[in-house]
Design a protein around this ligand. Sequence first.
Ligand code: BES
Ligand code: MN
Ligand code: MN
Length: 527
Amino acid sequence: MIITFWIWLLLFLTKLSYSSHEPIDKDSAKNCKYLDETHLENFFKAIDYRKDFFIERLAQAVDIPSVSSQSESQGDLLYMLEWAGDILKNLGFSWQIKIPTLSNNSKYRSSLKYPFLFGHLPIAQKIREQTLNKSKTLLIYGHVDVVAAKYSDGWEQSDPFVLERKNGFLKGRGTTDDKGPVVAWLNALSVLKEELGNDCFPPLNIKIFLETGEEIGSPGLRKILSNEATFFNDIDYLVVTDNSWLTNHKPCLTYGLRGMVYFSLEIKGPFNQDLHSGIYGGPVDEPLQESVYLLASLVDKDGKILIPEIYDDVLPLEEPENASYSSIQFNDKNPGAYYVASKNEVLAKKWRWPSLSIHGVEGSVSQKGDVKTVIPHRILSKFSIRLVPDQDPERVKALVRTYLEELHANWTMGKEDTNTMTLESLHEGIQAWYNPNPQNNPVFIIAEKAVKRVYGLKPDYTREGGTIPAVVYLSQAVPSPTNVILLPIGTADDGAHSQNEKISEQHFMNGTKLMLAYIYELSLTQY
Ligand code: BES
Ligand code: MN
Ligand code: MN
């Protein structure tokens, strides 16, 4: 009884808040022409009215621990897509989940599955008639898998998979990478449907493609793109929200990503278990010593990669791009970690030059407080290289192998029983992506209009140092590879992959408005 009352009250209040903004002008609604600013203002108000509901949606998404790197999350990957599919169904989308069959020699055991969601909602009939066969198709991409998170990593909240709303921030794994943005797209679509009504929604053809293996290098992506080529061959615009603003105060549009190759380097001693360093130290080949030698030979103190020929294919930084860096507002001290003095150099090092990072070393005496005097028998090191235009991942892989094999030969030369070396790539290499000449690209110009409507600012044009395999392969799968844009909504200090990942309520809400405004601006191009 009491519960019924509360539900009733909740429904009543929701109704009240939904209807307390101006309805859309009847005349223009009749022919679905939404061409003036007042409509957009109404849409924005409608977004604000639904704030709590939209945050609750994000809470539901965060609650599903869809960690692609953990095999025990397999069910949650699928569930995550079904959860999104439910919302899409209510919006009128038809959708299907597809799972590519991975070949046996794949790094990922074929029993592990990384499903994809394909959703489609054709343009409202009434608008199709008005647009005289010029109707366009927008493809929205996002990933709903996340990287792992544990309280013991140093999170403030006891469970990273329970959304915490605090001091204007939404905290939890995936809030900024990439569940927050995906939910924001769903929210923007929900408002559009609610406000436009069934007759006029959607204002252009909309397709959506969601992935569940992005954080482990997108297994099966290329396969599914070739299997489902027809889904992509009528796409006019591809928009991806999976990166961030460069600063906290200035919106940006992003036209480049670095690619990557990721390696594991195993050095095994000529012995099968750890040895006492007092008994054996001296006349044996030590795997950790060789690992340190090899790793130290990869990169110098200024970040220059020491692998011969690796810079051969790197395109020079030319005008007007070089000049554009000067006009970008960026004096970010977060995380207070740059050793480079000039802004342009920081940006170029992040975006335009390759970098090599060493991620970790397994097998050493690394437990806190452990002072065991052993010679570890097997060391597995992990490192990756971020690639830039026009580096070819396969060529880079070959250069790395040649170099390390030569160094290993040097290390073991003249010794009787020696270490052995195994170098493997942990996933397919991914090349860099960029949109040439973004300033004159219609997709960017339309996005600029949307940014102006929400933030009243002209966005900076940025690249990113990170990697999104889908952007590379999707831009090859759609008819026009240059109609691709990254439209970020969160900020660089949101802590993607880190402890206490967050997105601010303000960015989440304004981001939703940006997405709506972008769809709206795109739909105007059809007339
Ligand atoms: N959203 C990121 C990509 C990203 C990171 C864009 C930083 C811009 C700035 C994505 O989810 C990611 O983490 N990608 C991986 C790719 C890898 C696993 C192939 C990355 O960049 O490390
Ligand atoms: Mn991401
Ligand atoms: Mn990520």
